[in-house]
Design a protein around this ligand. Structure first.
Ligand code: DC
Length: 335
């Protein structure tokens, strides 16, 4: 069972306006969630106390929502509340991620769902960024851009070509020729290097350090940040990385910095990699994470740091669900 919420407003308290608004709201919810009307078990409406002319539940029945049980209630007056507003809560017999719908004046209630927004999620390796970013992207139905994958693809190219990672000129020459692109298939980010899908290969442990090393060169960063800005300009997305809030998107609507102790981060990476079948040593992983932290945070150009205005969350003793809830709470506070 899934609960889907929605709201809309009318201009005047008139029966016809209520009928149109309810029909429009429910039609949007059905379309956006790819529902069959028969899958809706019940709908509860509430309307602000300035609406007297018609029951939203009656309007829903007339609009063809025949099998669901329907109910209308009136909300108490709240000072400063949105006037002439109708809210709906649908209980649906389906296993889906709910897509809530806010129309007309009610858009102002959920700017996070209705306006273009960019969320910057920075932090060191293993701080939980990618898990949290994926969940937020899914919840808000926006794009997830894993910027680390781009640096990893450059690191992989350098390793494959035998480029001397300590030689900035050689890495920059490689960047002139690199054919790197990002695609989305079934909602999943695919990293393509010369047309080859390297999404899995770039996760191999030896690529991590190479990515960190090439990422210190401005010629690498400028090229990749340009791509990130292009994507973020066009659509709502959550980007995870090291410099998203501080350099790539300093005007991001929401900025978070996730961190955790290196022991906890190494354990998370260890679990992740062993689950994927890699044979890894915990102490070596911890040492590598600490070396990367140092390299990423001490580079001259756009280092890993807490951006101005970013909210810092230490995830060491938090579950993923707790981190997501905390981020959403902070976002809602700002809206
Ligand atoms: O997030 P990750 O572990 O996949 O990132 C791999 C490396 O890429 C990281 O050690 C530093 C670099 N990186 C970066 O410099 N800036 C970003 N926005 C993302 C990653």
């Amino acid at each position: 069972m899934v609960t889907i919420r929605g709201a809309t407003t009318i201009e005047r308290d008139e029966k016809e306006q209520i009928q149109i608004a309810v029909n429009e709201l429910l039609t949007h919810i059905v379309r956006k969630n790819d529902l069959n009307v028969s899958e809706i078990v019940s709908i509860v409406f509430s309307s602000t106390s300035d609406i007297h002319s018609y029951y939203p539940a009656k309007a829903a029945r007339e609009a063809g929502f025949e099998s669901a049980s329907l109910f209308s209630a009136v909300e108490p007056d709240i000072e400063g509340g949105l006037p002439l507003c109708i809210r709906a809560m649908l209980f649906v017999e389906k296993n889906i991620d709910a897509r809530h719908v806010y129309l007309r004046g009610a858009k102002s209630l959920r700017k996070d769902l209705t306006e273009k927004m960019n969320i910057a999620l920075d932090g060191p390796a293993g701080s939980g960024k990618s898990t949290v970013a994926k969940a937020l992207a899914n919840d808000y139905n926006i794009l997830y851009l894993d910027t680390g994958a781009m640096y990893r693809a450059c690191g992989l190219r350098a390793l494959r070509d035998g480029v001397d990672l300590s030689c900035e000129d050689s890495v920059c020459a490689m960047m002139e020729k690199i054919d790197l692109s990002i695609e989305y298939r079934d909602g999943k980010q695919i990293t393509l290097l010369d047309g080859e899908d390297v999404s899995e290969t770039i996760r191999e442990p030896n690529v991590s350090m190479a990515a960190s090393t090439v990422s210190k060169y401005p010629c690498v960063r400028v090229k990749l940040v340009e791509k990130q800005r292009e994507i973020a300009k066009k659509m709502s997305c959550v980007l995870d990385g090291r410099d998203i809030g501080s350099y790539a998107l300093p005007d991001a609507d929401f900025k978070f910095f996730l961190t955790a102790s290196s022991a906890v981060r190494a354990q998370r990476r260890y679990d992740e990699l062993t689950q994927k079948g890699f044979e890894v040593d915990y102490d070596a992983l911890k040492a590598e994470i600490e070396a990367r932290d140092l390299q990423d945070s001490t580079r001259e150009f756009a280092p890993l740091k807490v951006a101005d205005g970013a909210i810092v969350i230490d995830t060491s003793d938090m579950t993923v669900e707790e981190v997501i809830a905390e981020i959403k709470r902070k976002m809602q506070e700002k809206i």
